[in-house]
Design a protein. Sequence first.
Length: 202
Amino acid sequence: MKIIRLLILLVLFTTQSVSAKTLLVLGDSLSAAYNMQQQQGWVALMANRIKQRYPDVVVINASISGETTTGGLTRLPELIDRHQPDYIVLELAANDGLRGTPLKIIKQNIQQLISLAKQAEAKVTLVGVRLPSNYGPRYTEKFFNIFEQLAESEQIYRVPFLMQDVALKPELMQADRLHPTAAAQTIILENVWGSIGQMLAE
């Protein structure tokens, strides 16, 4: 009887392991709970929601402050190899834009990130971000349009704007006017959930 029970437990464990899925978030400080506790950030809040609705999906947050698209390209292959993600959320490029990186390079880097994710047979959600208006309308608008262009051409999911209903509200922004406060994280969660929730449901 003990042997039979052990075999049943082994089968159950193996089945759960095989059916388990992974969602990888690759982002910068906007996804890394900058200046707040990790559990307050939108990725942690999303992980809690996913745990309730999709208990077989594990969320890995590989976001780090200061990350760029170039840094993401360097790290993503190893992250894919380690975690074997079924879903990848890309939230990068803000730091590239703040540094005035040529738009052509930003677009190429994001496209390569998407290609790496697709090669790993992962579903992809691209998260759109905006730059402060003082970077000039020509650069900022072309920067923002990159996300829509790539989402359409690559046929992937897209969050139009991560900081919708947050960026222009001083009470929801930290003193640097670049990073959202802990109070803004629930709003950001709703901003991303439409696309990410759809990706998980399909």
